[in-house]
Design a binder for this molecule. Structure first.
Ligand code: XMP
Length: 307
């Protein structure tokens, strides 16, 4: 039986960086949050956590990270607003793999600049067991395994390397992290950039951000806890009608799945009244949207994310 308390004690006692500085990219997701909180316990001010806002975060995510890590935990947190840089690099790009590659590359460049400024000697990562098992086995390349800057001289600290997701959540609870983090749904590294099909625009990203927030809120109200839920904006506008007037609007697809490891997933049977409420709220609160669809496809053949 996994004992989170014993794990924390041992992990903290093993981390020793002397008077050097360690740096971590903190996304607000459960893995990087736990890795950061753990290393902070061991080295305090010697850890610099960096939150890079690439512009594709969920609603309120930056505020929440600042509140939790800077205000509550007293961590040395640097917030980097790099939205313009990411948008500039993604102009005209429609291919999903190309989008991912660009987001990854700009992220590494931004992060390297901060690491250099801070004079960091150590890099902390929230890598967990499935990340390196899947990457080593060639199933898929995870960003924190495949995305390391080449020629990197930073020494790696990966305190969660042998843990699985449910164990990481136990450690999060034991560390006293808020439920919004310990029970947080998975979210892709490139964020909302992969939930807009086709070329990105600030307008489309804003629409999809709002739609994701509404869907998550209504699921919470209904007491539903899917393994993952998301909203994606599909391509171009289609015909709709609002207030007796013909209108062109975007289509939002919503998706909720049940899964244990994201390798396979089943579309969740959400009660019709919950779906209707989500549809009404999305089309009322986001005037640019005229159509909402619920995705009933399992994985395989569909992936969880749209892209
Ligand atoms: P797919 O869409 O391939 O996704 O079925 C499986 C799970 O992985 C998440 N995902 C990512 N997680 N970095 C991550 O940390 C990424 O680049 C990334 N892309 C997809 C996805 O949200 C789902 O939970």
């Amino acid at each position: 039986m996994f004992d989170p308390k014993a794990f924390i004690e041992e992990a903290v006692s093993e981390i020793d960086i002397g008077e050097e500085t360690a740096i971590i990219g903190l996304s607000g997701g459960v893995d990087s949050s736990v890795a950061a909180a753990l290393v902070h316990r061991a080295v305090g001010e010697h850890l610099v956590a960096v939150f890079v806002n690439h512009g594709f975060m969920r609603k309120g995510e930056e505020e929440e990270v600042v509140r939790t890590f800077r205000d509550d935990l007293g961590m040395n947190l640097r917030v980097v607003h790099a939205q313009d840089r990411f948008f500039e690099a993604l102009k005209g790009v429609t291919d999903p793999e190309e989008k991912r590659k660009i987001v990854g590359e700009v992220f590494i460049r931004v992060f390297e600049e901060v690491a250099r400024e801070e004079g960091a000697a150590y890099l902390v990562q929230g890598t967990i067991a499935p990340d390196w098992i899947e990457s080593d086995g060639g199933i898929k390349s995870h960003h924190n395994v495949a995305g390391l800057p080449s020629g990197m001289t930073l020494k790696l600290i990966e305190p969660l390397r042998d843990l699985y997701k449910d164990e990481v959540r136990k450690v999060a609870r034991e560390l006293g992290l808020p439920e919004s983090i310990s029970e947080r749904m998975p979210f892709p590294g490139p964020g909302l950039a992969v939930r807009v099909i086709g070329e990105l625009s600030p307008e489309k990203v804003e629409i999809v951000r709002e739609a994701n927030a509404i869907f998550e809120e209504e699921l919470k109200k209904a007491g539903l806890k899917p393994w993952q839920a998301l909203a994606a904006l599909l391509g171009e506008k289609t015909v709709g009608v609002k207030g007796d007037i013909r209108d062109y609007g975007y289509t939002i697809a919503i998706r909720a799945v049940e899964s244990v490891d994201a390798m396979t997933a089943t579309a969740m049977e959400i009660p019709w009244d919950v779906l209707k409420t989500v549809q009404k709220r999305i089309t009322r609160e986001i005037p640019e949207v005229t159509r909402v669809m619920y995705d009933i496809t399992d994985k395989p053949p569909a992936t969880i994310e749209f892209e």
